[in-house]
Design a binder for this molecule. Structure first.
Ligand code: GAR
Length: 191
């Protein structure tokens, strides 16, 4: 019998959002981070998960295309909800069908602007600065078959100042992500 909601985090890189989630829910009464799924064997997020005693699962692009390898792992951990936190592979239809409205993604811009294939991390900030936007922000949204097009759940904004660089904007965006992502996940799981 399980009495907590089980989350899997999918991440490909540094994993600062994953870490934030693991810390936020570490002693939570209703939610447990059960698994970190990653497609890069050398990603820092794997070390962060190990430090927090969270199980990890490595999968490559080809393997993710079918349910064969991954679905049994998600079932074994009794995963209820999936959070994409800097995961750079496209989520296949089989996964969306198995977790309807149970997969969310965090995107480092104000969707529908600056989304889509190839728009991740610093490329997003670069495009925002080049377009002379005076604000950017974060979007948390449900995942559907198209990159960054699922229903938006939450957005928060920050300014893009004169002399803003990719690094300074990235810092502001990460601060917003760390502040809001765990709370939004908690709210969604309470509903
Ligand atoms: C985050 O800023 C997240 O919004 C972005 O990757 C970063 C991962 O940072 N995701 C995308 O760009 C998805 N298109 P982290 O590894 O430190 O959590």
């Amino acid at each position: 019998m399980k009495n907590k909601k089980h989350i899997a985090i999918f991440a490909s890189g540094n994993g600062s959002n994953a870490q934030q989630l693991m810390q936020y829910f570490q002693h939570h009464s209703a939610v447990e981070i059960k698994l970190v799924v990653c497609n890069k064997p050398d990603a820092l997020v794997l070390q962060k998960a190990a430090t927090m005693n969270v199980a990890t699962f490595l999968i490559n692009k080809e393997e993710l295309k079918t349910a064969e390898k991954m679905l049994p792992i998600l079932q074994q951990h009794q995963i209820d909800f999936i959070v994409l936190a800097g995961f750079l592979l496209q989520i296949p239809n089989w996964l969306i069908q198995n977790f309807p409205n149970k997969i969310i993604n965090i995107h480092p811009a104000l969707l529908p602007k600056y989304g889509g294939k190839g728009m991740f991390g610093r490329f997003v900030h670069e495009a925002v600065i080049e377009a002379n936007e005076n604000e950017s922000g974060i979007s948390i949204h449900f995942v559907n078959e198209n990159y960054d097009e699922g229903k938006i759940i939450f957005q928060a904004k920050c300014s893009v100042d004169e002399n803003e660089t990719i690094e300074t904007l990235s810092k502001k965006i990460h601060a917003l992500e760390h502040e809001y992502l765990p709370k939004i996940v908690e709210q969604l799981l309470n509903e």
